[in-house]
Design a protein. Structure first.
Length: 461
């Protein structure tokens, strides 16, 4: 049993300034970020150490269902009071689900977690902050947080850490790099045709076809993340650095929230770019909401997620709480639904992951058949992309997001995955344009542009 954690109030400080003053300098660090100027949600940041052993056999094995199925009273400092922060990659999860999949060690570890005992929690709605740590360590944690705050308030308004600049790294001001693509647009269109062949044959209803863009020079992950969050603010942003790899995410999709015996998932299927004028923006949102293809794609994944959650929830408790809602972000409109269920007694986060991961929004339906088809068509690993990241608490709670709109950095460079759901009604040119929209922001945060063939000017009208 981990030691009891306590929360000590801390004066409110901008999370970006705190991050720059402290965790940004640490070799193993995290910032789970509600976004710049967030008016709701929580941010958590701090430094940890790489987890020893297998968290899924310890923290993830704690029951996620409170005794008596009654919600716990809200605790000062919010729902995450210590546990693990990290990520799970797609390929290992697909293999565990009996799909053909092979991971590439060069893509970064398929599973990486930080053991977190000290952290700073920030409630954006209340504009309140706390230091959280075990009782035996709270004085040291408060002193560390106070030092970070002092450094944050005495530096300039810039949120960049005052470390020596390395001007030949991608992400530094003024640097540029060329991104390469795993597939050309023409090749991606051919793969879409193969997806439609599989749908025609009855082997799948929907397939989430993905590709990758690579930047082959070293990356400054801190600067890249600050750019990413500025350009693509999202409610589940993240900077997680473990060993030589880092995950930088502006994810708009919550995969699993586990709290008080309830599990929720919010699959996204359906995308449109933002318009250049208020009128065109509203028209694109209406087009997304009214699209028969996008509605069908979203409902297919809702049904898949309902089926997954029924494996760990009480009979009759799984339902779509919300269906086909348009949510608007900096670069895109998205079609989002919410599925929830009440967990069976004794269910753990590990059980929920076994039932629902990889997420249906990144596979297609039926899930095993979709993963098998996509393995053959994509013909390369996805890596950390299309997996999930976030926190799992010592008390059985969890909040995990999909690894989309994300950058994975490694000693030799970085990669960005992007894709879209293919149905029988998919238009190949629209699907290619959607991939470009999704990849453009993360690549720009790296100081890189889309390859010429993927740029809108080089695509068919």
């Amino acid at each position: 049993m981990p030691p009891r954690s306590v929360a000590v109030p801390l004066p409110w400080t901008d999370p970006a300034a705190l991050f720059a003053a402290g965790p940004a300098r640490a070799p193993h660090a995290f910032w789970l970020d509600a976004g710049p100027d967030a008016a709701s949600g929580w941010s958590w940041l701090g430094a940890g150490h790489p987890a020893s052993g297998t968290p899924r056999e310890v923290t993830f094995a704690v029951s996620a269902v409170p005794a008596g199925l009654t919600p716990d009273a809200p605790a000062a400092g919010g729902p995450f009071r210590g546990g693990h922060v990290g990520w799970l990659g797609y390929d290992a999860a697909a293999a565990a689900a009996s799909a053909p999949a092979v991971a590439d060690p060069g893509d970064g570890p398929q599973e990486a977690w930080l053991r977190v005992e000290r952290l700073i929690a920030l409630d954006h709605a209340a504009r309140r902050a706390w230091v959280i740590a075990p009782e035996t360590d709270i004085e040291g944690a408060v002193a560390e947080a106070a030092a970070w705050q002092d450094a944050a308030t005495t530096t300039s308004e810039s949120t960049a850490p005052s470390e020596p600049r390395i001007t030949n790294r991608v992400g530094d001001a003024g640097s540029h790099a060329a991104a390469s693509a795993r597939h050309t647009p023409a090749q991606y269109r051919d793969l879409i045709a193969h997806c439609r062949d599989a749908i025609r044959a009855g082997d799948a209803y929907q397939l989430c076809l993905t590709t990758r863009f690579t930047v082959p020079v070293p990356v400054d992950p801190v600067t890249a993340y600050l750019r990413l969050r500025a350009e693509l603010p999202a409610h589940h942003g993240a900077f997680i650095r473990i060993e030589e790899h880092a995950l930088l995410s502006a994810s708009p999709e919550r995969f699993l929230e586990v709290a008080d015996g309830i599990v929720r998932t919010r699959p996204i299927k359906g995308t449109r770019p933002r318009g250049t004028t208020p009128a065109s923006d509203a028209a694109l949102a209406r087009e997304l909401r009214d699209s028969v293809k996008e509605q069908a794609e979203n409902v297919m994944i809702v049904d898949l997620m309902r089926n997954d959650l029924q494996r760990v929830c009480l009979p009759g408790s799984v339902a779509a709480e919300r269906l086909l809602e348009v949510e608007s972000f900096a670069a895109v409109h998205q079609l989002v639904s919410t599925v929830a269920g009440r967990l069976r007694s004794g269910t753990t986060v590990a059980d929920v992951l076994a039932a629902g991961f990889p997420a249906g929004s990144m596979t297609g339906a039926p899930k095993l058949s979709a993963m098998t088809i996509l393995h053959e068509l994509e013909a390369a690993p996805r890596g950390v992309y299309a997996g999930c990241f976030g926190w799992v608490g010592d008390d059985g709670r969890a909040d995990l997001a999909m690894t989309i709109r994300s950058i994975v950095t490694h000693p030799g460079g970085a990669y960005v995955g992007a894709g879209g759901g293919i149905t029988w009604l998919s238009d190949p040119d629209d699907e290619v344009a959607e991939v470009a929209v999704k990849a453009r922001g993360p690549l720009a945060a790296l100081g890189a542009a889309l390859p010429d063939a993927w740029a809108p000017a080089h695509q068919p009208a």
